[in-house]
Design a binder for this molecule. Sequence first.
Ligand SMILES: Cc1ncc(COP(=O)(O)O)c(C=O)c1O
Length: 444
Amino acid sequence: MNNIKGIASTNNLESYWMPFTSNKTFKSNPRMLVSAEGMYYTSSDGRKILDGVAGLWCVNAGHCRKNIVKAVQDQVAEMDYSMAFGMGHPSQFELASRLTALMPNDLDHVFFANSGSEAVDTSLKIAIAYHRLNGEASRTRLIGREKGYHGVGFGGISVGGIVNNRKFFGPLLAGTDHLPATYDLSKNAFTKGQPDWGMHWADELEKIINLHDFSTVAAVIVEPVAGSAGVIVPPKGYLKRLREICDKYGILLIFDEVITGFGRLGKPFATEYFDVVPDLITSAKGLTNGTVPMSAVFVKNKIYDCFMNSSTEGAIEFFHGYTYSGHPLACAAGLATLDTYKEEGLFDRVASIESYWEDAAHSLKGCKHVKDIRNLGLIAGIELETRSGKLGARAAEVFSKCYDEGVIVRVTGDTIALSPPLIIEKSHIDIIFETIKKALQGVD
Ligand SMILES: Cc1ncc(COP(=O)(O)O)c(C=O)c1O
């Protein structure tokens, strides 16, 4: 029983096992959001709360956009579900065409799933199966990166590099290895944008390949900008160097663009921002503006063609898919979301406001506890000194104080990670960083 406004009195908080949450902490002091519009949520106690993280890096066009809501409402009334295997519906094909038009070069094909985690596992399976169909069945090894986050499927946590996401779950997928994280505060602290130092970390890939032999390696997967690990921006030249090494050894390069896709860096995708074209791209979140779960894996033509040309007439080319792949509601949301991004020029908007964002973020330099500030596009990470033996405790208190003052931030370890909706105004930016500054002053 509880007495939170908007929650039925019979509602028992115990039943719901909340994801990536301290259930005990939450349930002893619940924070409920009951509605949302534009840059703001409304909490169950009637307060307006400024969203500093676009939901969870997904609500790029802001909350409850009318045209997206209407598109989903219209679609659910017309056709709630359509059989995903062996049947299609028109908006799947329209969405796929419009999405691939945002892609560089020859990434002209897209496979739909429902979450970033599923997109990642799909991409890893495509990579391994591609090599097998291409006559190189020994290429099964997958290389990720320390501190990398690729969702929570067994594939994703195996190539991922966040210890707590891995250590509870046994031996994980066999045959993975990890690049070092591109993180060294002794060289790169308080860098604005991409650090000059650290491209050499990409050369570690060659060492890993030589250790296992290139003939065993299927793919390398990285986030162009690591988000969940606390915002780690790639050093200049690093991603290009990874591309060169993958090319040299016939290894597929996968960019996990679940957070960098759909304008976060001021371009449709990070591939364009960094001018590095991978072989596969995973995306999710901003694809439907967070409205309906959906994710996508983009592949180069050589990969799609290999699958199509390797099977006999009438045979299924790829034994993989989800009941909800290309769900009609998600497609409707995706199409309306793309309209909104285009009509409002939201990707260009990032480019026009990012320097204000950068200056505001770096204005926290010198504040109590602040150990580093990192930023790119409309992303910022503010890393705090960790209290001895209590990783995350200080940032959690900052989160609480900010929430009480009407701003939602995200914390990961002792880093405050920010990724607001792309419709953010300068006045919102001021509120976010002023609130964090005040919160920092009140925390030991
Ligand atoms: C880079 C990256 N990949 C994958 C995922 C997993 O996405 P989901 O939570 O939708 O499974 C995330 C989620 O934040 C992410 O940031």
